[in-house]
Design a protein around this ligand. Structure first.
Ligand code: NAD
Ligand code: KPL
Length: 305
């Protein structure tokens, strides 16, 4: 009998994972914020995944954080800024051998979660899959991709990767997950803030080649200084490749701002600047970028943390 998957956060990635696990016949429970959300969820009859234009609803059972049942496997699918407090509410329910899978982008939230649960195994993930909500309890699978999973404290892969295989969630166990997370963070720092400030699609940054290149030089310096030299390898080339390959897309930060949603700035550019300061590294363009972005978010009435 498979261990129950508890999924915390019924947003884009949480729904994408919960529906595919349920479709494979694996036991899944969705944890929603409170009783009001639970009633709304139950009225909807489940989670709907839209794939290649086809919508299918999966009656994944829902519960609130107050449910007394113990949790052995928890997929944390909140935004980075919500992860620590959302997990804290569930701490009394976590079994002594609990495992958490942290889907958050950027860096900082994973350490914050792990620090409050020294007994639990915390596995970090870095995903290139894409999904968005087009209604309450409804998610569109927008971009196929891959998810790398790894544990900075323990290199051995967990047995439940078989569940991901059964659920057809493309994945790979990574023994250098921190390097992957840093590489993605650097890409996001070089691209996302500039798309917001220049109000453009990723491809629009081809007209700001020098600005992108200068940021890549500073990000490379940061990665080398903080013990992540392989994440720095050919960073500028990779950034240019991603800009070209995703030219028609709006970055995730651009979309957050355009939809008046809080961004994950503190876990991306904010984290990069914090680590640079910790290493007494002066990166003037990166910190100026952060100041410009914070001022821009303030001018729109959006949080800057
Ligand atoms: P989302 O905003 O769609 O979903 C987050 C969900 O968590 C929301 O439904 C929210 O209500 C819920 N939540 C927050 N606090 C909660 C709490 N205390 N209890 C219960 N539920 C709570 O976010 P998302 O797009 O799924 O992103 C999740 C993470 O995955 C982010 O860090 C994001 O950067 C990363 N990511 C997303 C994608 C994507 O395509 N959406 C791709 C790669 C990485
Ligand atoms: O991950 C991205 C995002 O938009 O968040 C890309 C496409 C790589 C741009 O940084």
């Amino acid at each position: 009998m498979s261990t129950l998957w508890h999924v915390l956060g019924a947003g884009s990635l949480g729904t994408l994972w919960a529906t595919r696990l349920a479709r494979a016949g694996l036991p899944v429970r969705l944890i929603v914020r409170d009783t009001e959300r639970l009633h709304s969820y139950e009225a909807a009859g489940g989670l709907t995944l839209v794939e290649q234009g086809q919508a299918r609803t999966y009656a994944v059972p829902g519960e609130t954080p107050d449910n007394p049942e113990p949790i052995r496997r928890l997929l944390v699918a909140c935004k980075a800024y919500d992860a620590e407090s959302a997990v804290a509410r569930l701490a009394p329910r976590l079994a002594s051998d609990a495992e958490l899978i942290l889907l958050q982008n950027g860096l900082g939230s994973q350490d914050a979660v792990a620090a409050q649960l020294p007994q639990a195994r915390c596995i970090s993930a870095s995903s290139t899959e894409g999904a968005f909500r087009d209604g309450d309890w409804r998610v569109v699978f927008a971009g196929h991709g891959y998810t790398w999973l790894g544990d900075v404290a323990h290199p051995v892969a967990p047995i439940w990767l078989d569940d991901l295989q059964a659920a057809k969630i493309p994945h790979e166990w990574s023994t250098d997950i921190l390097t992957r997370l840093w590489r993605k963070l650097a890409l996001n720092c070089a691209i996302n803030p500039l798309t917001v400030l220049h109000n453009c699609r990723n491809g629009g940054l081809q007209e700001h080649h020098c600005e992108v290149a200068t940021l890549c030089v500073e990000l490379t310096e940061l990665l080398q200084r903080c013990g992540q030299p392989s994440a720095a390898d050919n960073l500028q080339q990779e950034v240019e490749r991603v800009i070209q390959a995703t030219a028609a897309n709006f970055s995730s930060m651009y979309q957050d701002v355009a939809n008046q949603r809080r961004t994950e700035i503190s876990y991306l550019l904010g984290h990069a600047c914090k680590v640079a300061a910790r290493h007494q590294l002066n990166l003037p363009h990166l910190s100026q970028l952060q100041q410009r972005l914070v001022a821009h978010l303030h001018s729109l009435g959006l949080p800057s943390d």
